[in-house]
Design a protein around this ligand. Structure first.
Ligand SMILES: Nc1nc2c(ncn2[C@@H]2O[C@H](COP(=O)(O)OP(=O)(O)OP(=O)(O)O)[C@@H](O)[C@H]2O)c(=O)[nH]1
Ligand SMILES: [Mg+2]
Length: 480
């Protein structure tokens, strides 16, 4: 007995030591007259090269163009990102913000706080980002008003203590691989299984699909993360079970897709009721995942029928009543419109990327360099990883059409009609062109869609592409 007690203690001790040494370094960097400078850091003997590397990379990646530095608009400028530092075998969670300074250009100085852990511990960031954000955000506000370097040092110290305490309270700080739990829910026959098969283009199976018995689980991979898809069979007895044992089924959900059949007026109250109960169960366990609501079976041929439009309007109105606490986005989807499925799905996935803001920053950087109004980045499966747009309308149009360009591109390539690795369309207007281009970024094939207005666009792209790719390269492995 005494023996096992001892070995337990030992285990706990080891565990505690591991936990407290999880944070390898913290660096506060500021863009001052000497450029990106690591101003305050822990540990004090952190070597100079590492410090500098961290300051340079975090500030330059997150800052993009210096033009938006503006002391009057400090509030809105803040981004999180998970960045790899392979040279020093560490990974960082970086928060970018501005510090008001009447002397500085634009009356503000760019700054970052970076928390570093060993490379293999990166899931710690992904799994705890919700909480880490709050802790770091608070320290950043303190830094914004700090008066002298003593105060800065205190802030840094207190940040470190808060992180250590946070880690100590965690039962399991993180798992080895990043796992993402995605739920598909909705009434029976709402089309969940068909939706999932449609994304995978398994059309021959859609026509044979049978009601799902209980939960069907499947694992796939995206940029090194495991996507675990839970399809919750929608028959009444199963639904009752999910709601009764919501801690089990809804535990740790990262993303929820809910489907409602817009053609089935008879069951819409039943569908809404189920949705509401699921939301309440999530609230009960304090879980607030992003939600993608699919108004499904909005088939292309009946999309504009009066009855369908009225039903959609009604559903949207009703849903607002009980989803205020959630980040919810609504899509009209149909298995007869493949891209409607893909855009709903990729939107959900992009919500999971802790790097979505800095991805967008890189697209904005490239857009500025190339006079583009709109840029969108796709992966091989036409999932939209990120986009940047100067106006909402064209943004929407390109989002819808991007996957079609990819099909065109691949078709031309397949028949060897395309000699270069891009497609250009003219005739949009005198000067504006649409350009679709393949990129090789690390081991991935990615695709760029640009709405570009420059005369010498080829030159502009050539001049900046290399740097753009190198910016994306460091981010892609930590996309999700
Ligand atoms: N018209 C139309 N029919 C669809 C669409 N999606 C699915 N269906 C049909 O709806 C029926 C039910 O589809 P499923 O995918 O089995 O529905 P489910 O939500 O998985 O049902 P359970 O597994 O019982 O929960 C099938 O006959 C599908 O062919 C769609 O977009 N439009
Ligand atoms: Mg099913």
């Amino acid at each position: 007995m005494a023996n096992s007690q001892n070995s337990n203690d030992l285990e706990n001790n080891v565990n505690n030591i591991e936990k407290s040494s999880l944070i390898k370094a913290i660096v506060v960097s500021i863009f001052d007259t000497e450029g990106p400078t690591p101003k305050y850091y822990y540990p004090e003997d952190l070597d100079e090269n590492s410090r500098l590397l961290i300051a340079m990379k975090t500030i330059s990646l997150l800052m993009g163009e210096a033009t938006y530095q503006d002391g009057n608009a400090i509030e809105g400028v803040n981004y999180f990102g998970i960045l790899p530092f392979p040279d020093i075998k560490l990974n960082g969670l970086t928060y970018f913000f501005l510090i008001y300074d009447p002397e500085a250009r634009g009356q503000a100085k760019a700054a970052t706080i970076t928390i570093l852990v060993d490379e293999e511990n990166i899931s710690f960031f992904y799994e705890n980002i919700k909480y880490l954000r709050v802790i770091i955000d608070k320290s950043a506000s303190q830094i914004q008003t700090a008066k002298d370097s003593n105060e800065m040092k205190n802030i840094l110290n207190s940040l470190r203590m808060q992180l250590i305490n946070f880690i100590k309270d965690l039962k399991h700080p993180f798992s080895q691989t990043r796992q993402i739990k995605i739920l598909f829910a909705g009434l029976d026959r709402s089309g969940k299984s068909s939706f999932v098969l449609g994304i995978k283009k398994k059309y021959s199976e859609i026509i044979k699909v049978l009601p799902t018995k209980g939960v069907s689980r499947e694992i796939s991979e995206l940029f090194g993360a495991q996507l675990i898809r839970w399809e919750l069979g929608g028959q009444k007895s199963y639904r009752d079970q999910y709601l009764k044992e919501s801690e089990v089924y809804l535990y740790n959900v990262d993303l929820l897709f809910f489907l409602i059949d817009v053609q089935d007026l008879k069951r819409r109250e039943e569908g809404l009721k189920y949705f509401k109960k699921l939301i309440e169960s999530l609230e009960n366990i304090d879980d607030y995942p992003p939600i993608v609501l699919c108004l499904h079976k909005t088939d292309p041929d009946i999309k504009n029928d009066k009855q369908i439009r009225e039903n959609i309007e009604f559903l949207i109105m009703r849903i607002q009543e009980f989803t205020q606490n959630y980040y919810i986005k609504i899509f009209e989807t149909s298995i007869f419109d493949h891209w409607s499925l893909v855009s709903a799905f990729s939107y959900g996935i992009s919500r999971l990327s802790p790097n979505r803001e800095i991805f967008r920053k890189q697209l904005e950087w490239f857009a500025n360099k190339t006079d583009s109004e709109f840029i969108l980045l796709l992966n091989e499966k036409a999932i939209i990883l990120s986009n940047f747009s100067r106006d909402d309308v064209s943004g929407k149009v390109f989002e819808i059409s991007a996957p079609h360009f990819q099909t065109l591109y691949k078709t031309f390539k397949e028949f060897k009609i395309l000699k270069k690795d891009f497609l250009v369309s003219s005739g949009i207007s005198q000067t504006k062109k649409i350009l679709f281009k393949k990129l090789n970024v690390e081991k991935y094939n990615l695709y760029l869609l640009l709405f570009i207005s420059s005369e010498d666009y080829i030159k502009k792209i050539d001049e900046n592409l290399k740097e753009f790719i190198s910016r994306i390269e460091v981010l892609i492995d930590t996309y999700i």
